[in-house]
Design a protein around this ligand. Sequence first.
Ligand code: ADP
Length: 465
Amino acid sequence: MSRLIIVSNRVAYPSEGGVRAGGLAVAMYEALDHYGGLWFGWSGQTKDDATMEPRIAESSNVTYVTVDLKTEDYQDYYIGYANGTLWPLFHNQIGLIKFSRAAFDGYLRVNARMAALLAPMIGPDDVIWVHDYHLIPFGDELRKLGINNQIGFFLHTPFPPRQLLETLPRHALLLHSFAAYDLVGFQTEESLHAFQDSVIELTRGRCYGGGAFVLGERRGNAAVFPIGIDTERFAKYARRTARSRHTTRLKESLSGRALIIGVDRLDYSKGIPNRFEAIDALLTDHPEHRNQVSFLQIAPHSRSDVAEYKALRRDLEAAVGAVNGKFAEYDWTPLRYINRAFSRLVLAGFFRAARIGLVTPLRDGMNLVAKEYVAAQDPEDPGVLVLSRFAGAANELKAALLVNPYDADDIASAIHRGLRMSLDERQMRWRHMMDVVSDNTVTTWRESYLCSLYETQLERVAAVG
Ligand code: ADP
């Protein structure tokens, strides 16, 4: 069995295991924990005198290799290009995209340096799996160093429509680096098609049936692998915490009111302001819900060094104050807003206690919270998922109440409908969604991706033979 090397921007140590926000970290931890191997990436530390000397730690069957970033590299690579350019571009937030030559150079520089640090640790049979938008050129940098192993890439975010990608200066260079990979994985068909469209229209490359593509001299494969969660484990957490201290305190604080819950990193792609607007619309258009519902939004701060995130934080604080000021009574506030992370156990209990799961990103690669909400429900009395049609999860969770996240009235109507939904309909919709999240878990995702990567190796061997 060849060793698996996972490369991602951020490596999460097992000591961080309890409280971890971010879909990628959760999925990677669960994958390596199961399989064993090496996890390589940034330590999360920045230092002015960073030597980029890797730090190695072992825990059970996983080797963690991390590097610090120089402050300048952090600014250019992480804040500047990855989160100032690619993140808004890949989430269709055109007005927020910033491009600077220095940031792009920093992005390429850090990818090259990190690849040079990993290269000497790669054994002849190792399979390398690179993750996400921070590291698109990583495979290309490994190839330049003569690494001939199987290298796969998975994009956790959406891939932007060709017309948007075209606005990115030097987009051809970025696109060409996808060809270093034997297999490029996407969350949805829509992303795969956008990628193929870009290959054909922006690089004069070619795409073939079955996902093969040719870019310049190189040939790669692209396919769809929707990511899942550890459904059984999450459902078990939810059952276990249904009567825990935290869940009991939460339920008591509701005094019989229905709970609506939102759980997200504080990110402009998650559509949180529209959600607050929707609560305003719900309480305005359906006054019968006043004093009968509580909306709990949990949103730990994220990427706080990026200007747009600071602005979002201020806007949300103002919006919460405005809605509560308008509707609150001396014994009831409609919105509860918490900026910290909770353990997965506590979250599972909160999801189970919530009558409505409100997941309304403006755009999202997948959105694991939607799947976790489904997994956490009580089969006898399940809640209702209100889900953005622009989340990757909407392709699978078709029995959710699908909404346009830009339309606060649409979200408000779905919440109203969910609050009045019969037990029969709730159970029928939940059963449908639970079957989906039980069939496609994080394990099936990982295994189908790695099997496909392995198949590309066999094809390569056959072609050489
Ligand atoms: P993203 O990867 O963009 O953050 P996802 O919904 O795909 O979005 O994944 C988010 C993951 O982080 C989920 O597993 C979720 O449970 C977790 N998470 C989000 N917010 C919190 C929080 N406040 N406390 C703990 N975990 C959180």
